[in-house]
Design a protein around this ligand. Structure first.
Ligand code: PLP
Length: 465
């Protein structure tokens, strides 16, 4: 029987058998996962793989949480779907109320969508509508964003994103005007002898100069990740950077959009990463850890300033999606957020994050090909260099992080690999990210660091030998 259904049901990982799935992997067909529990994924051939990156910084509660599963089933039995234009659900109402409460009143409304890219697209449209309702919509259409950033796959999100490799095939990006400023990265950006305050001052001036170049009256928002995720590998801003940026935005009346799709929802040791920066954004996106991977769910939060602008019009956001506020996705996210609070998991992120930092630095800081280990909470990046002294990044053809991932798989260990942290255009250099679920224990952290160190050492030894 060669019907497609039979092939799928009997599915094989044999690379010579064509797959019906359009896979994205560069090197080989992905392993088929047939069960998952806690920090582990199990393949169709029974291999148990330790996932040290929570997927892509997603599975904050780990796999198989019975409370989330029950909440989703209960929701499915109650209301599985309704049209969000005419109806709402308790799950959506309670989740949005919970999210607003989690900002200590800094944010006023939430909108729930299905992915981080949609959340970013919504945030950009919301910023534009803000200016439309204020009567400046015709001229305030542009954005300013940073190099070395990633904001999603859709054409608008790609346009603000600063990761050249991910966007160059798709140019021109539908005419979104984007001014560009440098990233805030102590390792790559600070000059010899420059203090943090001077660096922050220089970046704030750079933003101001870019605004003047494009015309500040043409800009609707500045967009940034508080801790940069996949593009450069868990890079926190230098202290004071976001305060200085917020001041420049305020000086020109420009909205501040913070993309917390990867670094937010507890990942960096506070529910929102901006809560460590002493500022509040006007619009914020969330995703990934919001629903811990149990359902595709993301969202955007906005402050009262944005709500007031919408109220100058009809009060509504001109934006409606079929699966907006999806009841089962909301139930998964709401239960995830309840568990986060009841089990004090964000406190665990902070505590285990300190252990992870200490052990990673002890185990790897002196390695000749490790340039920088940085991060916050359970969000850590390890950047590889050819030469520690010059910080010269590896060429893409060396595929360092891909090689380390493959070496990890020999140890039944999955670690996310990303190219592009070494240069401003993201064309050179590599990093890996260590971002385990929030439920990790000290023993889990020790195991994760032990394998990470082994894999990196083995990889570079074999490469040299
Ligand atoms: N923004 C950031 C900071 C991200 O890291 C990502 C995904 O990695 C996105 C947006 C896009 O989210 P999604 O992949 O859910 O569309």
């Amino acid at each position: 029987n060669r019907s497609p259904t039979a092939t799928a049901a009997n599915g094989t990982d044999d690379p010579s058998t064509p797959s019906a799935v359009l896979h994205r992997h560069l090197h080989h067909r992905p392993l088929r996962i047939t069960s998952s529990h806690g920090l582990y994924l199990t393949t169709s051939t029974g291999q148990r793989i330790l996932d040290a990156t929570s997927g892509a910084a997603v599975t904050s509660l780990g796999h198989g949480n019975p409370r989330v599963q029950s909440a989703m089933v209960a929701q499915m039995n109650q209301v599985s779907y309704c049209h969000s234009l005419f109806f709402s659900t308790t799950a959506a109402e309670d989740l949005c109320a919970e999210l607003i409460r989690g900002t200590d009143g800094a944010m006023a409304r939430a909108l729930i969508v299905s992915s981080g890219s949609e959340a970013m697209e919504g945030a950009m449209k919301l910023a534009r509508q803000y200016w439309v309702e204020r009567g400046e919509g015709a001229r305030r259409t542009g954005f300013v964003a940073r190099e070395g950033s990633y904001h999603g796959v859709t054409l608008g999100a790609l346009a603000v994103g600063g990761h050249v490799l991910r966007k160059e095939k798709f140019a021109p990006l539908l005419g979104v005007e984007v001014g560009r400023v440098g990233r805030c990265d102590a390792y790559r950006g600070m000059r010899e002898g420059e203090g943090e305050g001077e660096y922050v001052g220089r970046l704030a001036r750079e933003l101001e100069e870019e605004l003047r170049r494009v015309g500040p009256e043409t800009v609707c928002a500045f967009v940034a990740e508080p801790v940069v995720g996949a593009a450069t590998g868990c890079v926190p801003a230098v202290p004071g950077y976001f305060k200085a940026i917020r001041e420049v935005c305020d000086k020109y009346g420009i909205l501040l959009i913070l993309d917390e799709v990867m670094c937010g929802m507890g990942r960096c040791g506070t529910l929102h990463a901006w809560q460590q920066e002493g500022i509040v954004p006007d619009i914020q996106t969330i995703g990934k850890g919001l629903g811990s991977g149990y359902s595709p769910v993301a969202g955007l939060l906005m402050n009262q300033r944005v709500v007031d602008a919408l109220d100058r019009g009809t009060g509504a956001f001109t934006h409606g999606q079929t699966y907006q506020g999806h009841p089962i996705a909301c139930a998964a996210a709401l239960e995830t957020q309840k568990i986060l609070q009841e089990e004090k998991l964000v406190d665990n992120v902070r505590e285990m994050g300190l252990v992870l930092e200490k052990l990673l630095k002890e185990g790897l800081e002196d390695h000749p090909h490790i340039g920088n280990i940085r991060g916050k909470g359970l969000f850590w990046g390890i950047e590889f260099v050819q030469d520690k002294a010059t910080k010269a990044p590896f060429e893409p053809s060396e595929a360092i992080s891909a090689g380390i991932h493959e070496k990890g798989m020999e140890e039944k260990y999955s670690i996310s690999l990303y190219p592009g942290s070494g240069t401003a255009d993201g064309r050179k250099g590599d990093h890996i990210m260590v971002c385990p679920p929030f439920i990790v224990t000290p023993a889990d952290i020790e195991e994760i660091v032990r394998i990470t160190v082994k894999v990196i050492e083995d990889f570079f030894q074999e490469r040299a030998g």
